[in-house]
Design a protein around this ligand. Structure first.
Ligand code: NOJ
Length: 556
């Protein structure tokens, strides 16, 4: 692997281990399955993979509930399997980023079990956020905070003498108690966790809930605006092109104290050779605020959720691209771009939703405004072609290169997302974007594993979208991604800049990036392409007419 600061331009492919590839036929993806499929990712043309958690976990939140930060859950394999994966990826020129989940552990973690056993006032309780309840008997929660997944953010424990006792904070599921990051002991543990994976060759960390680890002193009450409710608890969904005013900050998000944690982590990473990185999952508004996570002495990248949440349309996209480039470059960081991940409705469905949909709530049979799948796929291809032409670093989510839609009709009994349970089925949650991948159309479980087992049922459309039927078919989504990634590299688009081209109408997003001109038509009416050899189109062209919901790259 060559090149310094590789992450400034990298295309990073998110692997969701449960659903990528299953080597042993138990219906659950695993590390050996990932290793066996790495050549397909090399062929796709990505630079790095980010692995969602594969650590020891009771899987109450699909592994974002960690019971041992320094081991592999037997569901996914062993530390040796990780070493093999890591070595194979490096041999193929692919870097490996692992997930770190510092805001909370699993309630099964020995630290939490020790805290329960040790009782109120103990050093062990001080590792988490335990408080006495309000009311005469402490029967009311310490404040009014709500879990991102629905319901109260507090659970009351039974003390050793069998009486109801203190409450502990969990911004997510009750099986995910928040650690107390004001406690130096917690900080020391996580420095060790970082070193554990850095010593094993990890190229970096995607940091879960990177905006939530410090809570406001005194844990004051908070009343969110009525339309709140995204994964990160950000108060408002972004309107197309509207950069939201910072909402009254919740007392658990984006507290200034989080930054000193990352400055400390940065020092740890800098002890290691080879450009290791920290990437923030920080759901905050506006982008200039997100940029605080990537100041020169903090993290390297932050996810650009404002881009992900921008609806399909010219003015909004132009604005968010401008805002992103301005905000990140102001602190010397690359902009990142992302359209899908394991927490959001896949963009092949999301971009054609006709009703409101709050991030994290998911879609299902009763959702109003379900997408037209043909329109969704067409827009997704155009949107991906636009994103991959932008300067900076792009994140892909497994399966988007196949054009997979959100699976809308999962049987209720198969759902596993805690959101579904904590809202009594009011919010579908995120299972629909987590369905195991189709590799081979004619094989059991569509080639996900050697048997028909799949932890979530796969829909029949997986047969049409399987990787093997798309390989070598020039009009397939897979070949579109491969071409875009190859051209992006050849033309150094990751290092370039955006110079807007105007005059093609409001619905058209057009710019030149170095030697490539990009024209994305988000509207319904066709437009005529400017001069220049056509290098790529997301749909077939007739002459120089660019139809609606189509993106073209031209030689500038
Ligand atoms: C963000 C992760 O991406 C999501 O999947 C998880 O449920 C929450 N953080 C809690 O860890």
């Amino acid at each position: 692997m060559t090149g310094s600061e590789w992450w400034r331009t990298a295309v990073i492919y998110q692997i969701y281990p449960r659903s990528f590839a299953d080597s042993n036929g138990d219906g659950m993806g695993d590390l050996a399955g990932i290793t066996s499929r790495l050549p397909a990712l090399q062929d796709l043309g990505i630079d790095a993979i980010w692995l969602s958690p594969f650590y020891t976990s009771p899987q109450r939140d699909a592994g974002y509930d960690v019971a041992d930060y320094c081991n592999v859950d037997p569901l996914f394999g062993t530390l040796d399997d990780f070493a093999t994966l890591q070595a194979t990826a490096h041999d193929l020129g692919i870097r490996v980023i692992v997930d770190i989940v510092p805001n909370h552990s699993s309630s099964d973690h020995p630290w939490f079990q020790a805290a329960l056993a040790a009782g109120p006032g103990s050093e062990e309780r001080g590792h988490y956020i335990f408080r006495d309840g309000k009311g005469v008997n402490g029967q009311l929660p310490p404040n009014n905070w709500e879990s991102v997944f629905g319901g109260l953010a507090w659970t009351r424990v039974m003390e050793a003498d069998g009486t109801p006792g203190q409450w502990y904070l969990h911004l997510f599921d009750s099986s995910q108690p928040d650690l107390d990051w004001q406690n130096p002991w917690v900080r020391a543990q996580f420095r060790d966790v970082l070193r554990f994976w850095l010593d094993r060759g990890a190229d970096g960390f995607r940091v879960d809930v990177a905006h939530g680890m410090i809570k406001a002193a005194g844990l004051p009450d908070y009343t969110p605006p009525a339309d709140g409710g995204s994964m990160g608890g950000r108060a408002t969904a972004l309107e197309p092109g509207v950069v939201a005013e910072p909402a009254a900050t919740a007392p658990y998000w984006a507290q200034p104290g989080v930054h000193e944690i990352y400055r400390d982590w940065r020092l740890v990473l800098d002890e290691y050779p080879g450009d290791r990185i920290l990437a923030a999952e920080a759901w905050v508004d506006p982008l200039s605020h997100v940029a605080e996570w990537v100041r020169p002495d903090e993290m390297h990248q932050a996810f650009n959720f404002a881009y992900l949440e921008t609806l399909w349309g010219g003015p909004g996209l132009r604005r968010v691209i401008d805002d992103s480039l301005a905000a990140f470059s102001a602190v010397g960081a690359p902009s990142t771009w992302v359209l899908s991940n394991h927490d959001v409705v896949r963009h092949a469905s999301r971009l054609a939703l006709t009703g409101d949909n709050l991030q994290g709530h998911g879609i299902g049979p009763k959702t109003v405004g379900l997408p037209d799948t043909v329109v969704g796929l067409r827009r997704a291809r155009a949107a991906s072609a636009l994103m991959l032409a932008l300067p900076g670093s792009s994140y892909l989510y497994q399966g988007e290169e196949l054009g997979l839609p959100e699976v809308v009709d999962l049987p209720d009994a198969s759902r596993e997302d805690p959101t579904w349970f904590r809202t009594n089925g009011e919010r579908y949650g995120r299972d629909g974007c987590r369905v195991p991948l189709p590799w081979v159309a004619s094989a059991p479980s569509y080639g996900f594993g050697p048997t028909a087992a799949s932890w979530l049922p796969q829909p029949a459309i997986w047969g049409e979208l399987a990787r093997d039927v798309q390989e070598g078919v020039p009009t397939s989504t897979l070949e579109l991604y491969k071409l875009a990634l190859r051209l992006r590299r050849e033309h150094d688009l990751g290092l370039g800049s955006v110079s807007w081209l105007n005059g093609l109408g409001d619905a058209v997003v057009a710019f030149t990036n170095g030697s490539v001109t990009v024209v994305a038509n988000t509207g319904a009416a066709s437009v005529t392409l400017p001069v220049g050899e056509v290098l790529l189109t997301s749909e077939p062209l007739t002459g120089r007419t660019l139809p609606g919901d189509t993106t073209a790259w031209l030689r500038a």
